[in-house]
Design a protein around this ligand. Structure first.
Ligand code: FAD
Ligand code: PYC
Length: 417
């Protein structure tokens, strides 16, 4: 694999940039693989990468119906944090943050991870109580989180309006300094390039249309738009399409799929130093390295598979943004889009085995799975390779919805749904 470095950049620059190699191959599907991953989002690609790197399983294909990273991975607002309430979630999301911290070096690909801090605003007495509870629980789990007064919040984020007569007054904020953002496309591309270099076949424009099971009920092959592909093991990592794909194997999932949307402004000079989220009024904002304000809203109230949301949702969000940051009132919005998020009853993901032998599922990340990408791929690869859950993934099994061992993270989900 060609190495990226300052020297390589200089050398290529002097040579007119004619020597860069393609980042990954474009292979034809083989008739059979040891493992097939369905879905080339960040989670699927990370899974393939860790299968090859940590478990030596390299006869792997990742099948993608569209283009690599074109699902929620390429549509999200890239907020990364691990300030979840329960021990199980803290372990999972902080595992991911620790991997994020070394990922650029590990992949030799600049994923632009920026730990600029994620600040969550409290507007009501209830918010204050909930966030303080999170601060205490996080600290007990070794996850950084601190409580700020309104004045301290403004000091951390100068554009913030903390006037007492606001419609949504700021009563304080919880700040995770290790939280931040990363470049979403680069995450998909970095994992794809590194997995491809270890022999993983990434096959785009290849839609899975049916899952075939043998006489014992175990998974044996996938019918795709590019023919039949046999597989000893199949990992389904298709976010908003999970119910549809798992339905092909006869497995009914406890999921609802909703559109979640985001928008960006025209680009401006650096003006916004951190990430700010307001769960109560459904708005969150950061500034991309290109200078655009990246703004997100809550989910639509109805289930749907359209990759766009209702206009009233963004209008409401922009009302809130203008009240929180009056200096942005005259900014123009450039684009908006949506992604389909897969929401579980307890707002925590499902990672693990299924009732079908050889079939594994990784889904239910809802509005908040980007932050988990490296950790999710890492524990899911272990689960597939060993046919038993990674200890961090074990509580997030599908059976919890029967057993009642729910991990209720609705308050930490940060986005209303
Ligand atoms: P995806 O990236 O969606 O990948 C799944 C892939 O499966 C897709 O490429 C799809 O084409 C493919 N696929 C589907 N069906 C088939 C089939 N039949 N055959 C083959 N391939 C198939 N999370 C955060 O942590 N922080 C945020 O700030 C954040 N903001 C968000 C903002 C928006 C607007 C949205 C929509 C989501 C946001 N999320 C956020 C959630 C996050 O984007 C997702 O949880 C995460 O990206 C899911 O990654 P994935 O790899 O599982 O899914
Ligand atoms: O989970 O932090 C999050 C998030 C922010 C925006 C959408 N999801």
């Amino acid at each position: 694999m060609q190495k990226f470095s300052g020297l390589a950049l200089l050398r290529q620059g002097l040579g007119g940039h004619l020597g860069w190699q393609p980042q990954w191959r474009n292979p034809e599907p083989k008739p059979a693989y040891d493992v097939v991953i369905v879905g080339a989002g960040g989670h699927g690609l990370a899974t393939a990468y860790y299968l090859a790197k940590e478990h030596g399983i390299r006869n792997v294909a990742v099948l993608e119906k569209g283009w690599l990273g074109g699902g929620n991975t390429g549509r999200n607002t890239t907020i990364i944090r691990s300030n979840y309430l329960f021990d199980e979630s803290a372990a999972l999301y902080d595992h991911a943050v620790k991997l994020w911290e070394g990922l650029t070096q590990e992949l030799n690909y600049n994923i632009m991870f920026s730990q600029r801090g994620v600040m969550m605003l409290a507007h009501t007495v209830h918010d204050v109580q909930v966030f303080k509870r999170h601060v205490h629980a996080n600290r007990l789990n070794g996850v950084d989180n601190e409580w700020l007064t309104p004045e301290q919040a403004k000091e951390f984020c100068p554009p913030l309006n903390i006037a007492a007569n606001m419609r949504y007054p700021i009563l304080g904020a919880a700040l995770q300094r290790r939280g931040g953002t990363a470049r979403h496309d680069a995450v998909a591309w970095g994992y794809a390039r590194a997995a491809d270099a270890m022999g993983v076949d990434i096959i785009q424009n290849c839609e899975v249309k049916a899952i075939r099971r043998n006489a014992q009920g175990a998974v044996e092959a996938l019918e795709t738009s590019r023919g039949t592909i046999r597989a000893k093991k199949v990992g389904v990592v298709v976010a908003g399409s999970t119910s549809v794909v798992m339905g092909m194997a006869g497995v009914r999932m406890p999921l609802e799929s909703y559109p979640l949307q985001a928008l960006v402004s025209e680009p401006v000079k650096p003006v916004f130093p951190c990430v700010v989220m307001s769960n109560t009024i459904h708005a969150y904002i950061s500034q991309s390295d290109k200078g655009e304000l990246v703004i997100g809203a809550g989910t639509d109230a109805y289930t749907s598979y359209t990759q766009r949301g209702g206009l009233h949702i963004t209008t409401h969000t922009l009302d809130a943004i203008c009240e929180l940051f009056p200096m942005f009132r005259r900014m123009r919005m450039l684009r908006n889009w949506g992604g389909i998020v897969d929401v579980t009853p307890d707002r925590s993901p499902i990672i693990g085995k299924t009732p079908v032998p050889g079939l594994y599922v990784n889904c239910g990340w809802g509005t908040g799975g980007f932050k988990a990408t490296p950790g999710s791929g890492h524990v899911f690869a272990h689960t597939i390779a060993k046919d038993e859950p990674h200890p961090i993934a074990a509580p997030f099994n599908l059976d919890r919805f029967k057993a009642g061992y729910l991990i209720d993270e609705a308050a930490a989900a940060a986005v209303a749904h």
